[in-house]
Design a protein around this ligand. Structure first.
Ligand code: PLP
Length: 459
């Protein structure tokens, strides 16, 4: 059965002239305003911002303090070049340094996640040169990961499909397997498997030559087909040991997981592992303003600080004053409103639905941490048979969830990944950290009903 005749929101057919804008798949729902955990359309229909776009909304919409902080700064000045000492930039970086793990106290400001990751590569490269390792330039990352849309970050991202058109423009760096629960032998514990999966880094360093590897880059949780798989502590502890053994810097990409998403300020706080470099964006200003940062350890930053080498950096809008205003206020709001605690509390409510969701015939897995849950949807949980492409199951899922009042981030990755991984469609839930228990029950209840309706069509 197709989407025709299902009385669902139109796909790719919004009212108005959308021909001049590149967009993935706009629906015929025109956004008018947003408030709290909700988005409203121009007919005043209310939808949960269930995934906050791609995990980008940590605070509620229309937060009075965020608006006031940005507006106050706008009243003073919107922009000034960083050659002028800007107390607001200093204030933001100090606040950020207070919450970053270990001695990740030196902050480089950018305006988004891709810029943050690209800047981290440059920090790693220049730091290696100044440590007397001029041949260390490769960044090892994991298959199926995503770290951004610039050429270098696409190169580090592990999807060969997105490399292809740009070769030979993007760097051909090594990729290794990530931690996965799905190929763990039954007799092996998660802790043991964590060590085993991490050893893939040592193997890659061996084949590439330790003298050529500058850094290892990964998100704290799994990506792609394994999105939101949470590795055991042994994985990250072994990765840290291997990095130290071979003088390879550890870059953790906390663009998605930072600022309370997992119930701690940063996901690596769960592991007691301190990276050398950490990339931040999205939740850093809850996407009120495009903003991002790279936190660098004191050791790595030392040659830059001492003036032994000049770090090549400087985006026109990196560390924009409105971003600094938003970011500084956001840290205070998370503290004042106890949002790390609320995230942990609401995470329990969210994951209390795990068994109920798993009872659906299409829900193969429910995983994640904090207020980040991923459902993996597949036609047949036993045989791992995927939906017939003619059904357009993913588009139908987005349309039906929308009909049930949920704006969900649509990955459209399922069919592309299916052949290689025999895995399902990842469906993301990541509401603002302020969500209440009643809102959570309402949101997951709607998801449950949406799944039932979707299954009545696609199965
Ligand atoms: C882990 C991770 N790193 C980096 C990026 C790139 O961030 P941006 O889209 O802000 O450039 C993303 C975006 O989804 C991401 O998920």
């Amino acid at each position: 059965m197709s989407m025709q005749g299902q009385n669902l929101p139109d796909y790719q057919n919004p009212d108005g002239d959308y021909r001049h804008i590149f967009s993935y798949h706009p629906m015929n729902v025109q956004i008018a305003r947003a408030e709290g955990v909700y988005i409203y359309d121009d007919k005043d229909n209310r939808y949960f911002d269930a995934s906050g776009g791609p995990f980008a909304v940590n605070l509620p919409h229309n937060h009075p303090r965020m608006k006031a902080a940005i507006a106050d700064q706008l009243d003073k000045y919107a922009y000034a070049h960083p050659v002028l000492a800007d107390p607001l930039r200093a204030k933001f970086c100090k606040k950020l340094a207070e919450i970053t793990p270990g001695n990740l106290d030196h902050i480089y400001l950018v305006s988004g996640g891709s810029e943050a990751v690209e800047t981290a590569f440059k920090v790693a490269r220049q730091a290696q040169i100044s440590r007397g390792n001029p041949d260390k330039y490769k960044i090892v990352s994991v298959h199926d990961s995503y770290h951004g849309m610039t050429l270098a970050t696409l190169g580090a991202s592990g999807s060969p499909g997105s490399h292809k058109p740009f070769m030979p423009m993007i760097p051909k760096w090594p990729h290794i397997r990530q931690y996965s629960d799905f190929d763990r032998p039954a007799e092996v514990s998660r802790e043991e498997w964590g060590v085993e999966c991490a050893k893939a880094l040592e193997t890659a360093i061996h084949y590439e030559g330790a003298q050529s590897v500058a850094a290892f880059l990964a998100t704290p949780h799994g990506c792609g087909a394994d999105y939101a798989v949470v590795p055991p502590a042994s994985y990250w502890q072994t990765i840290r040991e291997i990095c130290d053994r071979y003088d390879v810097l550890l870059i953790t990409d906390e663009v998605v997981t930072g600022f309370g998403r997992t119930g701690e300020w940063f996901a690596m706080d769960h592991y007691d592992v301190v990276p050398d470099i950490m990339t931040l964006a999205k939740g850093i200003a809850s996407s009120y303003i495009p903003f991002g940062a790279v936190a660098v350890s004191a050791e790595i930053n030392a040659p830059f600080e001492a003036g032994e080498t000049h770090f090549i950096h400087g985006f026109t809008n990196g560390g924009h004053p409105l971003g600094c205003a938003a970011g500084a206020e956001l840290i205070d709001i998370i503290r004042d409103e106890n949002l790390l605690e609320n995230c942990r509390k609401q995470s329990e409510v969210l994951f209390s639905y795990r068994e109920k969701l798993l009872a659906h015939p299409t829900v193969r897995d429910v995983r994640g941490w904090g207020l980040m849950m991923v459902l993996e949807l597949i036609k047949d949980k036993q045989t791992l048979e995927f939906f017939d492409p003619a059904l357009q199951a993913e588009k139908l899922y987005s349309a039906i969830t929308l009909k049930h009042g949920l704006v969900m981030y649509g990955s459209l990755y399922g069919p592309r990944r299916q052949a290689a991984f025999r895995r399902g469609i990842p469906s993301w839930l990541s509401p603002p950290l302020t969500i209440t228990t009643d809102e959570m029950h309402d949101m997951v209840g709607r998801l449950d009903s949406a799944l039932t309706e979707w299954e009545s069509i696609v199965l």
